[in-house]
Design a protein around this ligand. Sequence first.
Ligand code: G4P
Length: 525
Amino acid sequence: MSNLIEEINKRRTFAIISHPDAGKTTVTEKLLLYGGAIQLAGAVKGRKADRHATSDWMQMEQERGISVTSSVMQFPYKNVVMNLLDTPGHEDFSEDTYRTLTAVDSALMVIDAAKGVEERTIKLMEVCRLRDTPILSFINKLDREGRDPIDLLDEIEEILKIQCAPMTWPIGMGKRFRGIYHLYNDQVRIFEQVENETAAQGEVIEGLDNPRLDELLGDQAEELREEIELVRGASHAFDLEAFLEGRLTPVFFGSAINNFGLQELLDAFAVYAPPPQCREARERTVCPDEPQLTGFVFKIQANMDPKHRDRIAFMRIVSGQYRKGMTLRHVRIGKDIKIAKALTFLANEREQAETAVAGDIIGLHNHGTIQIGDTFTEGETLKFTGIPNFAPELFRRARLKDPMKMKALHKGLQQLSEEGATQLFRPVMNNDLILGAVGVLQFEVVAQRLKDEYKVACDFEPVSVNTARWVIGPEKEIERFKARVQEHVAYDAADQLVYLAPSRVNLQLMEERWPELQFVATREH
Ligand code: G4P
């Protein structure tokens, strides 16, 4: 038992949030390198494409050089076990990206030093804020000309509403980039440009006053001393409690491609990032050290193995321990299921799990009975909360090519929406089927899968919906609202009323005109 608690406390389950091109893939590769999964470093993108080469709709992602799928990577670092949950980022951005963030205990934010806070990062931070997830920050690409570090911190504080505590500080940037100073260890690490693949070290100099600094840096040494004095005076000091409450982010600087500055980040991560946390269920709060296994499904992924048309349900273990062959209660349908072979994700390889503990992710084979948000236990009736649907931002109307296939289309869209690929809306006024997604590629994925798995050919055409909000309030008022704006309301797959706003302005007007109603951007499963 005490062994189990020890194992659980080693887990650090996290995701990386960033805007495309800030360096998430590069950082991931380097983290794997530090974690000893060296053979994988430099190959994260390539491997994904190889592995799925034979499936049709994976073909699509391969042609575009992107990955629709996302995975879980487990690797050891010093005395902890990292569980890095990939968050699809480019065209493959989807609701899964958001939902993955509800399954982590902390997040790493990567920011491009030249670009600062970008739009996607803002959105992902909003999701992290739903659970006050602790955030560590890495400001990347210091080997290039970027913005003034103090301005960058101001921008993060202002836009993302989180205090910044610089942990390291860059010495120059671009051509003048010479290294970083660790504000808490009082060490300077000198920058060395490296070829990929090697773990960069660079000379370490103890103490800001060390004459060796003047030898190596010349005038930049004195500039650094002055700057550090200023930074210490003007910025927030690291405060563990504020970090754990999501109010303050420790900030690190470096260059991912040169493997520089990441060691400092990872070391702090291992020490400060929280182990698995307690989680709310409808009935009670569940804590990781409870002996009985509980978990929830945050993602369903189709066709990971093209030879088998099954789907994998990704379950985050909240408490206890998974053992091969154990029986789990699928609470929603009230059935006990023997789990003969679950998947674990050690260093990016799918392996048969012998055991996994709270904080870990396992993959359950799923033939359509598992939905996002489902809870599994060893018999207790529990329903975890906080795994929502997110309001889509892109909308299309499904147009069937063969009208005889209407039934198959309904079935396909319903099932795919349960997997979380897209959301399905049925307007109250007509028989349209409107799909909503947060990433544009999702419509193509759905079209392809409808064709492959349900033998339905269908197109998606534009529709004048800008955003959606679930409508909550007194029943009478909801009925009045529905009657008044009937051409803009619909039901979702769970029969919840949704307002499909033609524009942001319309949404704002509705919020003003219907003060008794709430227009919410997330809905619990
Ligand atoms: P992403 O997953 O967040 O989209 O970013 P990714 O790591 O793919 O990095 C985006 C681009 O930025 C890549 O260049 C990558 O090499 C570059 N990059 C990452 N870290 C650094 C850094 O520390 N310094 C500099 N100068 N560049 C960095 P690319 O040309 O788009 O792709 P590639 O051909 O190099 O793979």
